[in-house]
Structures are given as C-alpha cells and as structure tokens.
Design a binder for this molecule. Sequence first.
Ligand code: CUA
Length: 180
Amino acid sequence: MAIFPPEQRIWWNEPLHGKEVVWIAVAFLWGLVMFGTMVTWHFTGEQNLSNEAYRIDPDDFAARAEAMAEQYTVRTEGELDMPVVHPPPGSDVYMIGRLWEWWPVLELEKDQTYRLHLSSVDWQHGFSLQPQNINIQVHPGYDMVLTIKPDKAGEYSVVCNEFCGIGHHTMLGRIHVVEP
Ligand code: CUA
C-alpha cells in the first residue's frame, strides 16, 4: 500500500541495467548525428538564400524599378497591362511590393545570375515565390537583395504572405523563366 514506504527504502539507487546503457548511448549518438546534420546541411543543402539588406529610400527604390522597366519592357500582359521586363543577364532587377501588386512582371533567362532587389513602397509585405517556397519579408526602406540563378524554365508566382489589408489576397506577381 502506498501509505507505507517501500521495503527497500533506497529504491532508486540501482546500478544501470545493460540495456538502459545501450538505449542512453543510442539516444546520445543519435543526438550527435542530428546536430552534425544541421551543421553539414547548412553548407551542403543549398537551401540558404544568399540575401543582403540595405537601407534605401522608398522613392529611390521605385525610381530604380521604373528606370529598369522603362528600358527593358518587352510586352505587357494580363488585364492590367502589366509590363513584362526582360533585363540583361547578370544585371540588377527590381520588384516593388505595394498595395496590392508585385510590379513589374520579370522575365529572366535560365541559368543566368541576377541580383533581385525587393522592397516595399508603402507597408510591410511578404515575398513568397511559388512553387519554390522562397520567402522574404519586404519592408519599406529596406532593399532586400537576393542573388539568384533560376535553373528551371517556367512560370513562377509571387504571392504576398504578410497580411497587408483588404487587397492582400489579390497581391500576386509573376516571374517568367525562359530559355536563353
Ligand atoms: Cu501585401 Cu499581403
């Protein structure tokens, strides 16, 4: 009965059973393996964005994006006649997040490197590239720069994944990746 102490008063002071030792060793080694995997994956997983951040005036950012669009627009698309901009490989490309669009549409060449600049000119937005699942917070006043090299041709969608008001769910953008 529980109101009496166990017969053997020091009930917990038992030597470790061999099987217990084995399981503790297995758990410990597995922990080490997982820890090593985290560190290794950081270098070999190729899942880390090479992003940089700079301060920028929102008007400056908009001016750069507009200058790029003015120079390299190749056509328009969609109901809103969005400019589709095909900048030269290796160049700086810009995408503005604003209420409620990603502007402009970019057309990039496969296997070419670009410096993709993202910023907002009003509120906070979330750049989410689908189906790649690349996610970046986009704030006014900060130029987020990703060095990217698209390796698959196709159409990519940009959604806003940070709630930004009544038109949030319509805030969509597009990146085309084409064969050179
Ligand atoms: Cu922009 Cu949600």
